[in-house]
Design a protein around this ligand. Structure first.
Ligand code: CA
Length: 379
């Protein structure tokens, strides 16, 4: 049995166990319960046929990040014997990429998949569902979310949008992006034109950068013709596909504005409440597996992609400490200013900040000592 089969069997087993427990609870929802066939064979799902639509914010070519939605849909289908069919649509095909959340909210589609910082215009606290500059890494974020009270806070936040949220992937630590000119000092940022969205863009702005936002398909031509001097996207695997290395020689790191950006599945509340409990459980289980799988895919694909970029002449550069230090100061001020005037934001920020303090202390001990010693050999 290969790993994929093992995982599938384990999850089917777990789901079956959950369904049997639900059966003994006798909640009266018979459609959701497994039954034994006449031959005494294995339990099968006897629930209703359900068809849903899922709108992703991402283009099909980004197979890791868009692929998480198709991965979830496939798993949900398997877990429900094909009864629960979720059809996925890439960004822009059914719904514009940046309107996914509002369309799940109204029920135009039952599900969506995006990075919640796309929607900070609706509520700035949504940034904490994805990432903030100098925030939690992927592991630290999962720790906060699953065990540190983060999920309760995020569920409260999304209830304002008539949505129930499920963690749905993480890119891991991002790169700092592609630069046509070298940044050797803080002063080199002054007047630089860079494609960088969100809070990271606000911080760059405060440091003298003229920030722009382009969707993925428009970044390369803007960089090529010199309309911008720099651009960030995700990391080696995705960036290579977008071809930035052909038009910018310097690849900076780390992407301090996105230390562990999380993706989220959004489910319309009434649609979710109308599902048999086993189907609800299938979404939760499949999203959880997609959450693990996306990070693993990036961690597997990025090393080879980075090597290919280096082989083609890309020059790796680390952001100077004075850039990092100033960015950290500006970030702290932006977060504190928002927290001072927004109670909901403040409640989430305080929890997130406490988790970050604890996590940094712990990760700064054994993890850091090991990384400094062992990873340095491969740098
Ligand atoms: Ca990015």
């Amino acid at each position: 049995m290969d790993r994929r089969d093992f995982t599938r069997t384990a999850i089917l087993g777990a789901l079956g166990a959950g369904a049997l427990t639900a059966c003994s609870d006798n909640t009266g929802d018979e459609t959701a319960y497994p039954s034994e066939d006449a031959t005494g064979g294995p339990n099968v799902i006897t629930g209703p046929s359900v068809r849903w639509r899922l709108a992703s914010s991402f283009s099909r070519s980004l197979d890791t990040i868009y692929g998480a939605a198709e991965f979830l849909a496939e798993r949900v289908g398997e877990l429900t014997e094909g009864k629960f069919d979720i059809r996925c649509y890439p960004g822009g095909e059914l719904i514009p990429s940046l309107e996914v959340l509002s369309n799940v909210q109204t029920g135009t589609v039952q599900m969506g998949h995006a990075a919640s910082y796309y929607f900070i215009g609706k509520n700035p606290a949504l940034a904490f569902d994805a990432t903030v500059p100098f925030g939690l890494t992927a592991r630290q974020y999962n720790a906060w979310l699953y065990h540190g009270g983060g999920m309760d806070l995020m569920r409260d936040l999304f209830s304002d949008f008539n949505v129930i949220n499920f963690p749905g992937g993480n890119t891991g630590m991002q790169m700092g992006g592609w630069f046509r000119v070298a940044v050797d000092a803080l002063s080199d940022l002054n007047g630089l034109k860079m494609r960088i969205p969100g809070l990271g863009g606000q911080v760059m702005n405060e440091m003298g950068v003229n920030t722009q936002v382009y969707p993925s398909g428009e970044i390369y031509p803007a960089l090529e013709r010199g309309a911008i001097d720099a651009a960030e996207w995700v990391g080696p695997y995705d960036d290579e596909k977008l071809g930035f290395h052909e038009v910018a020689p310097y690849y900076y790191y780390p992407g301090w504005w996105e230390p562990g950006p999380a993706l989220t599945f959004y489910v319309n509340r009434e649609s979710y409440d109308g599902l048999p409990s086993t189907y609800q459980r299938a979404i939760e289980v499949a999203a959880s597996e997609a959450n693990v799988n996306m990070l693993a895919a990036y961690d597997h694909k990025n090393p080879a992609a980075l090597q290919r970029l280096l082989d083609q002449g890309t020059e790796l550069r680390r952001f100077p400490d004075e850039v990092m230090s100033r960015a950290q100061e500006v970030t702290r001020q932006l977060l504190e200013d928002e927290a001072a005037q927004n109670e909901q934001y403040r409640t989430i920020y305080e929890s997130y900040k406490a988790a970050r303090t604890d996590s940094y202390r712990w990760f700064g001990t054994a993890e850091r000592a090991y990384a400094d010693f062992a990873f340095g050999a491969g740098a």
